[in-house]
Design a binder for this molecule. Structure first.
Ligand code: FES
Length: 66
């Protein structure tokens, strides 16, 4: 599994088609999680990182889940 920290933006996490968030099922191929701290819809990114001027490098994190 690969988590992508986008340039100046959120973490993109693949779900495989579904994610369960506090018991609620989201049918999405991926979720975008806030890493700037400014989202009004945490833990999800709502685009507020742009207005906040958040700056951070892109990073790809590969997980070997066993
Ligand atoms: S990363 Fe997008 S609102 Fe925080």
């Amino acid at each position: 599994m690969k988590i992508t920290a986008t340039q100046d933006g959120p973490y993109l996490v693949p779900t495989g088609g579904k994610a369960r968030v506090n018991g609620e099922v989201l049918e999405k191929a991926q979720v975008a999680l806030c890493r700037c701290g400014h989202s009004r819809n945490k833990p999800f990114c709502d685009g507020s990182h742009k207005a906040a001027g958040f700056s951070a490098p892109a990073v790809e994190i590969e997980l070997e889940l066993g």
